[in-house]
Design a protein around this ligand. Structure first.
Ligand SMILES: Cc1cc2nc3c(=O)[nH]c(=O)nc-3n(C[C@H](O)[C@H](O)[C@H](O)COP(=O)(O)O)c2cc1C
Length: 143
């Protein structure tokens, strides 16, 4: 199934830009992309997609955004076993610890991670970063 859900939270539009480019890549590869907010997704929706890309910028102190994204993700974390997922997000001054922690949570849940490290980009993605996001989308559509 080449239907890809892209479920993301973005405070200032940086991760949103990544999500839009991932969606472009999915479509370039002939897939169907659904861009969704955290409150539009849940564990029961996962079966409708061949792959799911979760996106959230680094918030708090190297944390997922806690009022909308974290509750959504925590609620479906126990249902991630063998699901094909990718993680992405923008960060600022840190070193990507939030993404390392997030990937570790997915590995503990026995999810099937597209990229072990997730895709992180600093601030608003530049042209090269946008192309990296499209490449991820193309990969997810063909997975
Ligand atoms: C409240 C708050 C907390 C943040 N905490 C971190 C952090 O711990 N590490 C980091 O690298 N960037 C941090 N940032 C920076 C954002 O991750 C960065 O600006 C990112 O590009 C925002 O992406 P977004 O527009 O998709 O939310 C924080 C930003 C805000 C507003």
């Amino acid at each position: 199934m080449n239907k890809v859900a892209i479920v993301y939270w973005s405070g200032t539009g940086n991760t949103e830009k990544m999500a839009a480019c991932i969606a472009e890549g999915v479509k370039e590869a002939g897939g169907e992309a659904m861009l969704l907010a955290p409150d539009e997704f849940s564990a029961t929706a996962m079966k409708d997609y061949g792959a799911i890309a979760f996106g959230c910028s680094s918030q708090g102190s190297e944390q997922l955004e806690e009022s909308e994204f974290e509750p959504m993700f925590a609620a479906l974390e126990g249902s991630l076993a063998s699901k094909r997922i990718a993680l992405f997000g923008s960060y600022g001054w840190g070193d990507g610890q939030w993404m390392r922690d997030w990937c570790a949570r997915c590995e503990s849940a026995n999810a099937n991670l597209f990229e072990e490290t997730g895709l992180i980009l600093n601030d608003l993605p530049d042209d090269a970063g946008q192309e990296t996001c499209r490449e991820l989308g193309r990969g997810l559509a063909k997975w």
